[in-house]
Ligand binder design. Sequence first.
Ligand code: SAM
Length: 321
Amino acid sequence: MSSLPWREAWQAALYGPDGFYRAEPGPVGHFTTSTHGPLGAVFAEAIAALADREGATHVVDVGAGRGELLVALHRGRPDLDLTGVDVVDRPTALPGSVRWLVSPGGAELPTDLVDLDGVLVVAHEWLDVVPCTIVEVLDDGTPRTVSVDAGARTESLVGELSPKDAAWCAAHWPMDGMPRRGHRVEVGLARDRAWSDLVSRVRRGTLLAVDYGHTRDTRPPSGTLVGYRDGTAVPALPDGTCDLTAHVAVDSLEQDERWTQREALHRLLGRPGVPDHALATTDPAAYVAGLARAGALRALTAPGGLGDFHWVVRRCGRLTG
Ligand SMILES: C[S@@+](CC[C@H](N)C(=O)[O-])C[C@H]1O[C@@H](n2cnc3c(N)ncnc32)[C@H](O)[C@@H]1O
């Protein structure tokens, strides 16, 4: 394969006909997120609590994987309307009442995802897999876009920055004063546009993007692009055999509020506390369930881990009184 700008090679590797995200077993086979396993039920509880707070009766999960969050939401809150959106056909394990839309992938969304009303739209770890332009600074300070040749496993610094990418960098990730050799910028414009496109599809409701990322004060100096396969971080190679992800510039997304996951979950679910010990004798099953819930809440809010994820909130129209 010849050399392609990273954004194009990344799009083909994840969402092309043989793309990584089209293959079974899906994301859950390669990495763990807050929506999986024992954490998923508590995370779903927080999403349902946010939906209630925002006055939403319908949760739309964009980048729904194989429906893990939707299954947990349906189990805990069967009264909520649920819709999943991802690049694969409807997963067989989904309850019959859950709607499903097939999406092109990356920054592209389905045409029939429009005019949403009364919704909480959740994009959990979607934006980090929306391909973006990668820029590296030459020794003389000139920024160049990075291209990649998956077959030869090589990169080249050949392209000029587009005026729009350059304007985004000037506004959000200026390169002056940065150490030159090897300094990389993952240009957030494609993520900002994808997010704004999703926002434009909501008439009345709240949107929530949850992701790992950085802000103006914490931009990474040499890039975060990495691959994941079978639970392990691997070199980023756009050959369809691994996930490709880069942290999100969360402060450049259009937003009304931004919290850490720790702040959000403490606000929505309270602080993790152990159940009353007396329950251990009166209702041992409830006691064990309470301990498990406290453990999951602790993991979801852990400093240096999932608790540092960003929750970006955008509201459209007016739902709550
Ligand atoms: C990192 S995984 C996260 C999956 C799930 N939200 C979770 O947290 O476990 C990203 C998911 O986003 C999906 N995705 C990427 N672009 C999409 C798009 N434009 N529309 C819908 N889903 C998309 C991928 O197919 C993949 O399932």
